[in-house]
Design a protein around this ligand. Structure first.
Ligand code: RRO
Length: 354
């Protein structure tokens, strides 16, 4: 985190150029906004709404070794400020994905972050090996899908299981391609899981996947989703996601984080950078605004300009700096009948650090 002068919106002159680049474990992306896995398929459907080569990249729907049709319907339900999904890892399987989806992304100069998911450590290792020689910018290891048959397959709930998957992926993945583990908020101590992943070779972390929820239909008096439980996403989980980013950044400030959870605007994204994210992913918002990735990138740029900041990297983790200390007001001279102030005087950040 460099020295940053924060100007007020009133006196800010937008700099001509803002460096929006995000360095994710040595791979530099020109823009920090990515689509979140599962909300943009493999990107094609969003191409007419966004300049996909201008955003950070597309994070694909998690891909598995075999094609899979997913869970029974209904698979989606609305919730207050959010959405519940129980898709169940629907997808074409790695062969069709490489032939069609990854090729399309490459042909269209879209940076591909390939999300992989498996039912065993071995599956993950095999998937990582299949990505060798492919046009992949980053691999996201989805160890946190909430919609699996067996909760034991939510590897991200256990540090040992998380580490085993990450180590298998790192061993088999193309060297030079960063491996990020995507974690679940449904754990007691997310820092413990994050540490296990990093110690096993993860180059960064994606925080967070959806959190497990239920919606009940009061007419049928049954759960709305055929799968009963589903993953909650959208603005309802933004403070939860921010808390996870905050805690992991505080514990391991050198580890690059992708912040994910309920981002709808550039200012929402800025919150994540201030909490410690190096990049962000936007997902649920795409369902009601397919142009959200490009829009949010533009809004973030404008928000930085309005604050007189010309390098996004300078704000990463900035909210962790100590609050400006307060010093007591000088006591009033004796005999003065003006009442002593009740509140201490705030000093500026510059004054406090000089
Ligand atoms: O497919 C899904 O049901 C799903 C996945 Br893989 C995931 O990682 N997160 C989620 O909310 N749904």
């Amino acid at each position: 985190m460099g020295d940053v002068t924060i100007r007020t919106t009133a006196d800010a002159t937008p700099p001509a150029d803002i460096d929006m680049s995000a360095d994710l474990a040595g791979v530099v992306f020109p823009d920090p906004v990515f689509t979140a896995s599962g909300c943009a398929a493999a990107g094609r459907e969003l191409a007419s709404y966004n300049d996909l080569s201008g955003i950070g990249g597309v994070v694909t729907k998690s891909i598995q070794l075999q094609p899979r049709s997913g869970r029974a319907t209904p698979r989606m339900a609305e919730t207050p400020s959010g959405m519940l999904n129980s898709i169940g890892l629907q997808g074409p399987g790695i062969d069709a994905f490489l032939d069609k989806d990854l090729r399309w992304l490459d042909d269209n100069n879209v940076r591909a972050v390939v999300s992989i998911a498996g039912g065993s450590v071995d599956d993950f290792g095999k998937l990582a090996a299949r990505l060798r020689g492919q046009p992949v910018s980053l691999i996201e290891v989805n160890i946190s899908c909430p919609n699996v048959e067996d909760r034991g397959q939510v590897f991200a709930c256990d540090p040992g299981a998380s580490a085993a998957v990450v180590a298998a992926v790192r061993r088999n993945a193309p060297s030079g391609v960063p491996v990020f583990a995507k974690l679940s908020p449904d754990v007691t101590d997310i820092v413990e899981i994050a540490r296990a992943c990093v110690n096993a070779g993860a180059n960064g972390l994606s925080l967070i996947n959806t959190t497990l929820g239920i919606v009940v239909d009061t007419t049928t008096m049954r759960p709305v989703l055929a799968g009963v439980t589903g993953g909650l996403s959208g603005p309802a989980i933004r403070p939860l996601a921010l808390r996870c980013v905050w805690q992991v950044h505080a514990a391991m400030p050198q580890v690059p984080l992708m912040g994910i959870g309920g981002i709808r605007t550039g200012l929402d994204a800025l919150e994540f950078f201030l909490a410690g994210a190096t990049a962000v992913q936007v997902g649920t918002v795409i369902f009601n605004d397919p142009s959200a990735p490009s829009r949010i990138s533009g809004e973030l740029r404008a928000a930085l300009a309005a604050r007189g900041i010309d390098r996004l990297a300078d704000v990463v983790g900035l909210a962790h700096r100590p609050p400006a200390p307060v010093v007591p007001e000088e006591p009033d001279p004796p005999g003065d009948d003006v009442a002593a102030p009740l509140l201490p005087r705030a000093v500026s950040f510059e004054e406090a650090s000089s």
